[in-house]
Design a protein around this ligand. Structure first.
Ligand SMILES: Cc1cc2nc3c(=O)[nH]c(=O)nc-3n(C[C@H](O)[C@H](O)[C@H](O)COP(=O)(O)O)c2cc1C
Length: 196
């Protein structure tokens, strides 16, 4: 059975372009996988804590059973359980939302999602696909900021062994009306994302 982990990072509940397309994506995914399970982690509404020294040290030296690792264990287990992952994600101040960075800080973890052997690193997550629906106010294409945003996500996922990363960007949301039928334009992109 397929499992989709959906992670939402927008601080908006209403009027969010990334969440709305995420809903369309999940609708189509469920249609294709009627028996599939969808796990949700809404880090926009329930932000994750920043990494602490205690937690980071426990990543490298502690036993998995340590209480301080409970949140990281939960997030790592969700990620490992999922065959597909959907991240809906706005651009805030030229980067990813800080709560999404906090999520990565909890799951990029030695012996859970990657392994180090001397100077070699090996990702431990295999056969997973990540779909990213990104929304940004700026409508210009070819911006270095957009490339940096995508590089951060693809490089970090690749470090954990996930190389199949598919991205749809909804640009120019600052000048779009939420009610002007914008969604129809992206319905095809959602299907293509799942078809590839
Ligand atoms: C605090 C904040 C910072 C933002 N920074 C940027 C930015 O650096 N570049 C950009 O293109 N849009 C920026 N935006 C606009 C959002 O990316 C845009 O509103 C997007 O649609 C938000 O995603 P959502 O519609 O899913 O909530 C910012 C919005 C907020 C609230």
């Amino acid at each position: 059975m397929k499992t989709l982990l959906r992670i939402d990072a927008s601080i908006r509940r209403q009027g969010s372009f990334s969440r709305t397309l995420g809903d369309a994506f999940v609708g189509e995914w469920k249609h294709r996988h009627p028996q599939g399970e969808v796990l949700t982690r809404d880090i926009g509404q329930e932000p994750l804590p920043h990494l602490s020294d205690e937690v980071a040290n426990a990543f490298f030296t502690g036993a998995r059973e340590l209480q301080v690792l409970a949140l990281s264990n939960l997030l790592c287990d969700e990620l490992k359980q999922a065959s597909e992952i959907l991240i809906t994600c706005p651009m805030y101040n030229f980067g990813i939302p800080s709560t999404l960075k906090a999520w990565f800080d909890q799951v990029v973890r030695a012996n859970e999602t990657f392994r180090r052997d001397g100077y070699q690193y090996e990702g431990l997550l295999h056969n997973k696909t990540v779909y990213i629906i990104m929304a940004m106010g700026d409508g210009r294409t070819g911006l270095r900021t957009t490339e940096n945003f995508e590089y951060y996500l693809t490089d970090t996922l690749a470090f954990m062994g996930i190389h199949d990363v598919r991205i749809v960007t909804v640009g120019g949301t600052a000048t779009r009306s939420f009610t002007d039928g914008w969604q129809a334009t992206y319905q095809q992109s959602i299907s293509q994302l799942l078809n590839n």
